[in-house]
Structure formats: C-alpha cells, structure tokens
Design a binder for this molecule. Structure first.
Ligand code: GLV
Length: 317
C-alpha cells in the first residue's frame, strides 16, 4: 500500500536538514516542504512549527498534525488549522535539556552568579560566605506536565525544597502540589523562586503579572523572589516584570522567552542588571532524537494504533 506523504511547515527552522532527515527515516513517504501548503490529497501528516496561516487548510487527506515543539500554542495561532488530532513532542532529549536549563538558572541565582559576575567585571574580591542552603529555598514549579515534573524532581535531588502547581491535580512523590486558581495564593505564599513551564493558552496568557509577584514570599533567604520563565513569552506581563524588579517585588529574573521574538534591540531587558536572558534556547528540538519517534507514530497510526501525546483541543495543550 502506498504510504501517505508528509508536509513540513516549520518557519524559521533549517527545512533542508529536517526534510532530509524525514526522507531518510520514512522510506516510501514523499516529503514536501511547501510554505504555502498544498491543495491535493498527497499529504497525510503535517509536521509544523509556526505553520503559515492556512497552509494546512487545503490538505484533503490530512490525518494528524505533529508539533515540533513541546508547546503547541503556535499551532493554534493559525485560525484555519484543520480539525485533526495534534501530537506534541515528548522526548527524553527535550525533557533533559529543559531540566538542565532550569537547574542551571536556579543554581545561578541560588549561588549568586549574577553578583559574582558583576564583581569579577569590576575586579572586586569580597569574601562573602552568606550563601543560603538549598534546603532553605523553596522552588515553586508552575506547570507539572512532563517538563515541569522532571525539573521539579531534579531540583529536589539537589536538596531544594520543591512545591508545584498545575491546573488539575498532579501527584509527585515527595513534592507538595497545589492545583487550580483557588490554591494559587497558598502555593505562591511559600515560594522563593518561581519556575514557569506552563503551556501558553487563553487561560494562562499574561498570568505572570504583578498580582502574582506580590503574593510570593519576601521572608525567604533571597530577600525578594526570583522568576524563571522558560515556557512562553505570552505568559508574562513584561511591563509588570520590569516594574516589579525596579520596586524590589522581584529580586531577579531569568527569561528564555519573550512576548516578541527576536527580542527587539531597544528592549530594556537586554541591559537590565537584574535580568538574565537567553534567546529561546532552553530546550531545542533536536532532529536526531525527534524524527524517528514521529515517523514511528505515523506508521503505527497507519496500522490503526492510537496516537500518543495528544493535545487536548479544548484546553489547547
Ligand atoms: C519550544 O519552545 C518547544 O515548545 O519545544
């Protein structure tokens, strides 16, 4: 039986590399790189990252959309996205990369990396041994999906006190968890460092804002809380973050994502002394670990087997 084709619609990615990898991994399937989409029945599966609006609308045979990212808000930005199952990436490689980023940023704030870098720049030797112990710092993980759970467990192994919040109830061994809007204040009240790995959905947009920052503890060893966002820029109110840093409601932030990417050259975040920023690089999607599992899912679906890692359309994640 002839195998259905693949359309790759990945804006801003190395399409030549990805299409070569899919061609090699999926013998018998045609791979199209067609930014405007197609209007025939040659494509069964679309592989997307920020697909151009409408580019999937003419695919008469489309069966499944595979997102190349763990977050799928980019898929829903297209008002003409067809009503077929959407599968997100879940891979140990991506999960490990994200946890590395989170542990790196948490440790950097915990061990006062920004302060020591400033002192080094000014050649200042100041013997300051007032480092708080990990056990005295509470890290609050916002979002307890695959990524948030893994990062939370790894921080716990480091000796931090870790708590978690998610929309619906999640159980994590040894980690107190909170859920739903009603439990948000109780969760935030004990948090010294807030790590956000939430999906961006209509329900979470702009939630990292002043009312939340004001609910976090200021009694902890860091003085004022730290925010680390490696989810999506759309989750954060950037004016509020800057104001909170300036008035001391937040002591520092690490941001991997921004409302507008690339971050405009005149953004105040670039040079703010309390900001550590990275260019949406916390957890890259690596073709060498992602392509084969996606192709395996296509073959399994062709055989009538169920899809894994399906996105819930209602909640958009
Ligand atoms: C990257 O941002 C992803 O969603 O995997």
């Amino acid at each position: 039986m002839k195998k259905g084709g693949i359309l790759l619609a990945a804006t801003g990615w190395d399409s030549a590399l990805w299409s070569r990898m899919f061609t090699d991994a999926a013998p018998g399937r045609q791979v199209f790189v067609d930014p405007d989409g197609r209007t025939d029945d040659s494509v069964d599966y679309a592989i997307v990252w920020k697909q151009p609006a409408g580019s999937l609308a003419g695919l008469k045979n489309l069966k499944v959309i595979f997102s190349l990212g763990a977050g799928v808000d980019h898929v829903f930005r297209d008002p003409l996205v067809p009503d077929v199952p959407i599968v997100r990436v879940v891979s140990n490689d991506l999960t490990n990369r994200m946890s590395e980023y989170v542990v790196w940023q948490v440790l950097d704030h915990h061990r006062m990396g920004p302060k020591y870098r400033r002192q080094q720049q000014d050649a200042i030797w100041l013997e300051d041994r007032s480092q708080p112990a990990a056990k005295d710092i509470t890290i609050g993980m916002l979002g307890l999906g695959v990524l948030g759970s893994d990062a939370a467990m790894k921080l716990k192994v480091m000796g931090f006190n870790v708590t978690g919040w998610s929309r619906s109830h999640h159980h994590l061994d040894g980690i107190p968890t909170f859920h739903g809007q009603e439990q948000m204040p109780a969760f935030l009240a004990g948090v010294d460092m807030l790590v956000c790995l939430l999906p961006l959905t209509p329900a979470t947009a702009n939630m990292l804002a002043m009312p939340m920052f004001e609910m976090m503890t200021k009694r902890g060893p860091l003085g004022a809380p730290v925010l680390i966002n490696a989810g999506r820029g759309g989750l954060q109110n950037e004016k509020d973050i800057l104001a909170a840093l300036d008035i001391g409601t937040l002591s520092a932030v690490s941001l991997d994502v921004f409302q507008q990417e690339p971050l405009p050259v005149d953004s105040p975040f670039w040079s703010h002394p309390k900001v550590t920023l990275t260019p949406h690089a916390a957890a890259a999607s690596d073709p060498f670990s992602l392509v084969k599992p996606i192709v395996d899912q296509m073959d399994a679906f062709d055989r009538g087997e169920p899809l894994r890692n399906l996105v819930d359309r209602k909640h958009q994640y």
